[in-house]
Write a protein of this length. Structure first.
Length: 273
């Protein structure tokens, strides 16, 4: 797997974020001939540049949800414009529109000069229902469960030959450990978890308002969930736009005190499972 975008909320280019990277959520998972893409934040543009340099192929995209930072790279995903590429695209339906309507909507006049219809690849949309298991063939399966985020979000678990990866971003913890995160991450080789806030940002503890209710979590909760789920490795993901490289490194060090097999996601990070 390779991380193409690890930032939350909005891209953050600049000298203070150059080591972690400024692109928003996009993760590539390669399993033999199968290519799975998790989210279409601005990081997907870079993945697309690589794919168009290769012969057209099929890939499966899973969108966690349709907030800007998870879809905004899609209009710049070059292979989507190339005949011969095929994309099976999975995501949930929000209250008012389907995934395809939302992806088309962000490209509507006057916000963008090209429409979704003009993208010449084959795109097949699939609506995700909670708990559904998608069999991608070749022994690869993907299951999704709803997590806790404004407007809804799906976490995913990808399995192949006894290996598992859980992708749980844009989710806020509750008083009790989230049963859906635990289910997706049970015995997983990798848990990718929303670590947008430092615990003291989430709850300053002195009566001042923190970031509770904003739909994101902390490395400390990620460490606890990884331990409870029996996950082998924890990847801290969806970094806050206000966190510079130093802050992300601090978060990583602190998290390793709680769960030693932790790493902060950085653009270009490759993990072999
Ligand atoms: Zn997000
Ligand atoms: Zn979100």
């Amino acid at each position: 797997m390779r991380f193409w975008g690890v930032r939350g909320s909005i891209p953050t280019p600049g000298p203070d974020t150059v080591e972690v990277g400024g692109n928003t959520s996009c993760v590539e998972v390669d399993i033999g001939e199968r290519l799975i893409i998790l989210d279409g934040g601005t990081g997907i543009r870079l993945l697309g540049q690589r794919l168009v340099a290769e012969p057209p192929r099929a890939a499966t995209l899973f969108f966690s949800h349709v907030h800007w930072d998870h879809i905004q790279g899609f209009p710049f995903f070059a292979p989507a414009f190339v005949p011969g590429f095929r994309f099976d695209i999975y995501g949930g339906k929000n209250l008012s529109s389907t995934l395809s309507e939302t992806l088309a909507g962000q490209m509507n006049f006057p916000n963008f000069p090209v429409t979704l219809d003009q993208m010449a690849s084959t795109m097949v949309f699939h609506q995700f229902d909670d708990g559904r298991l998608v069999d991608l063939g070749g022994g690869v399966s993907v299951r999704g469960l709803m997590l806790n985020h404004p407007d809804g979000v799906y976490g995913y678990r990808i399995e192949h030959e006894g290996r598992a990866l859980a992708y749980c971003t844009d989710t806020e913890h509750r008083d009790q450990p989230d049963a859906h995160v635990l289910e997706l991450a049970a015995g997983a080789d990798i848990l990718i978890y929303d670590a947008q806030y430092l615990p003291e940002e989430y709850d300053p503890g002195d009566g001042r308002p923190g970031k509770q209710g904003w739909g994101h979590s902390t490395y400390a909760v990620g460490a606890e969930l990884a331990r409870l789920a029996g996950a082998r490795r924890l990847v801290l993901f969806h970094h806050d736009p206000g966190h510079d490289d130093e802050t992300v490194a601090l978060m990583e060090r602190r998290c390793r005190d709680l769960f030693p097999a932790s790493v902060a996601a950085r653009e270009g990070l490759v993990i072999d499972i």
